[in-house]
Design a protein around this ligand. Structure first.
Ligand code: HGY
Ligand code: MN
Ligand code: MN
Length: 423
C-alpha cells in the first residue's frame, strides 16, 4: 500500500535497494561495447549507445515508467508524483564512454538513479513531485569533437545549438549529422521540450580521483566542479627529406611542438599541484620515418578551480606558442571555456542529511572531472554524490568500484530524491 514519505518510510527505503539487480544491470550494460581488457568502448552517437538506451528503456517499460526525449536525444524516464503540475526532481548521468573507457563512468549515475527509483517504487512511497532518471547525450564527446557534455549544454541553453551542431570531428562529420543519424535509429518516445522545468538535479558518479579511497570514506558530497578550458594548437613547418635537409634549413613542426610543450610545462607548473594540464592528443604529419614533420596538431586540456587563474594561465598558451615556434607558424584555437560551478543549497543539504541518517562516512570534496551537473546547475539547484573507485583510476578500462560503495551511493541518492521530491 502506498505510503507518504516520512522518516519511517525513509528508514525502510534502504531495504528495497537490490544490490543484485544493481550489479546485474552494470554487467548487462558493460556487455554493450565490451573491450577485451574488461572496459567499455561505447562512443557518443554510436550504435552501441543506442543499444544501451534500448536496454534501459526495456527496464523502464517493464516498470510502467513513462519515457520522454528532447531534440538532442536526452532521455528522461519518469515516476509520477502525487501533485500534478509540479516540476520533477531529476537524477542521472550518461551512458556513453571514452574510447576504451571503463564500466562505471557515467552509467553508474544512470543505474544508481534507476535503482533508487525502483526502490522508492517497491517501498510504495508517494512523493509530491515526480522523480525522473535522465541519460544525457554525448557527455564524452570531447574525444571526437573537442567538447563534452553536448546534450546537457543543449538542454540547458538551446541558443547554443547552432554552434554545437556545427562542431566537426577528425573525419569532418558534424555533431548535427551524427545526432540526426543517432535520433533516426533511436526508439521512439514522447517529446520533451528543452529547458523543461527541473525542481532539483542530483548526479551520482564514481569519484574518478583518489581522495575518497585514500581517506577511507564511502560518500563524497561534491562542493564544486573546477573550471575547464581546452585548446587546439596547430604548428605548420615544412616537410622535407630526413636525410638531405640540414638542421639549419629545417622547419620541423615536431621540434617546435616540443619546445612549446616543454615551456608550457614550466609555465603551468604548480607547487601546490592544483593545476591540471594535459596534452592527450598529438598528430604528426605526414607521419613518415624519413620525413621531417611538416605539421603538428595537439590538444591541451587545462582545469583549475579558480576562475582568475583559469583565465590568466590559459591565456598564456597562445603567448608561449608564438614565442617558442621558432621557424614554424603556430596558431591556437580555444575549443571550450567552462567556468567553475559551486554546489550549495538544498541539494548538498539533502545529501548531507541522507548520509547522516544512513550513517556513512563522508567527506566534502570538489570534482576534478567535468559532469552534466555543471550545465544543469544553470537550470535548477544541483548537487552530486561521489563514491570511491579503485586507485582513483577512470577513463581507463581498469576502472572499478566496489558493490558495497555502489549500494551506499544508491541508498544516499534514494533518500535524497525522496527528500527533494517532497520539498
Ligand atoms: O573530461 C571530463 O571531465 C568528462 O569525464 N568528460
Ligand atoms: Mn568521463
Ligand atoms: Mn562521467
Amino acid at each position: 500500500m502506498p505510503v507518504n514519505a516520512n522518516s519511517n518510510s525513509l528508514d525502510t527505503l534502504a531495504g528495497h535497494v537490490d544490490q543484485y539487480r544493481l550489479w546485474q544491470r552494470h554487467l548487462d550494460m558493460a556487455r554493450i561495447g565490451a573491450t577485451p581488457l574488461g572496459g567499455v568502448h561505447r562512443l557518443p552517437f554510436s550504435k552501441e549507445d543506442i543499444q544501451s538506451r534500448r536496454l534501459f528503456l526495456s527496464w523502464a517499460d517493464a516498470r510502467g515508467f513513462a519515457s520522454m526525449m528532447d531534440d538532442f536525444g536526452n532521455l528522461f524516464v519518469r515516476r509520477e508524483g502525487s501533485e500534478s503540475g509540479l516540476a520533477p526532481v531529476v537524477s542521472g548521468s550518461h551512458s556513453d564512454t571514452q574510447p576504451n573507457g571503463g564500466r562505471f563512468d557515467g552509467i553508474y549515475g544512470v543505474l544508481a538513479a534507476f535503482e533508487a527509483l525502483e526502490a522508492i517504487d517497491d517501498a510504495g512511497i508517494v512523493t509530491r513531485r515526480p522523480i525522473e532518471v535522465v541519460i544525457w547525450t554525448a557527455e564524452e564527446a570531447d574525444a571526437q569533437f573537442g567538447v563534452g557534455c553536448l546534450g546537457s549544454q543543449a538542454h540547458a541553453d538551446p541558443d547554443k545549438l547552432p554552434q554545437l551542431m556545427a562542431i566537426r570531428n577528425n573525419q569532418d562529420i558534424s555533431v548535427g549529422t551524427s545526432l540526426a543519424e543517432f535520433l533516426d535509429d533511436h526508439p521512439r518516445v514522447s517529446h520533451r521540450q528543452f529547458r523543461s522545468p527541473i525542481a532539483y538535479y542530483v548526479e551520482a558518479h564514481i569519484e574518478q580521483g583518489p581522495e575518497l579511497e585514500a581517506q577511507g570514506k564511502t560518500i563524497g558530497i561534491v562542493t564544486a566542479i573546477q573550471g575547464h578550458r581546452s585548446f587546439k594548437v596547430q604548428i605548420v613547418g615544412e616537410a622535407s627529406h630526413a636525410g638531405a635537409t640540414p638542421e639549419r634549413l629545417r622547419k620541423d613542426a615536431l621540434v617546435a611542438a616540443m619546445e612549446i610543450f616543454s615551456e608550457l610545462r614550466k609555465v603551468f607548473h604548480d607547487p601546490q599541484d592544483i593545476v591540471r594540464f594535459t596534452v592527450g592528443e598529438m598528430d604528426v604529419a605526414p607521419g613518415a620515418m624519413a620525413v621531417v614533420p611538416g605539421s603538428v596538431t595537439f590538444t591541451i586540456d587545462f582545469r583549475h578551480p579558480d576562475p582568475d587563474i583559469l583565465r590568466t594561465l590559459g591565456d598564456q598558451i597562445a603567448v608561449v606558442a608564438r614565442e617558442k615556434a621558432g621557424r614554424c607558424e603556430a596558431s591556437v584555437s580555444e575549443l571550450r571555456h567552462s567556468s567553475p560551478v559551486q554546489f550549495t543549497g538544498p541539494v548538498p543539504d539533502a545529501i548531507l542529511k541522507a548520509v547522516e541518517s544512513l550513517n556513512y562516512s563522508r567527506m566534502f570534496l570538489p570534482s576534478g572531472a567535468g559532469h552534466d551537473a555543471r550545465y544543469i546547475a544553470e537550470l535548477a539547484p544541483a548537487g552530486m554524490i561521489f563514491i570511491p573507485c579503485w586507485r582513483g583510476i577512470s577513463h581507463n578500462e581498469a576502472e572499478s568500484a566496489e558493490l558495497r560503495d555502489m549500494v551506499a551511493g544508491v541508498n544516499v541518492l534514494a533518500n535524497t530524491l525522496v527528500q527533494l521530491a517532497n520539498l
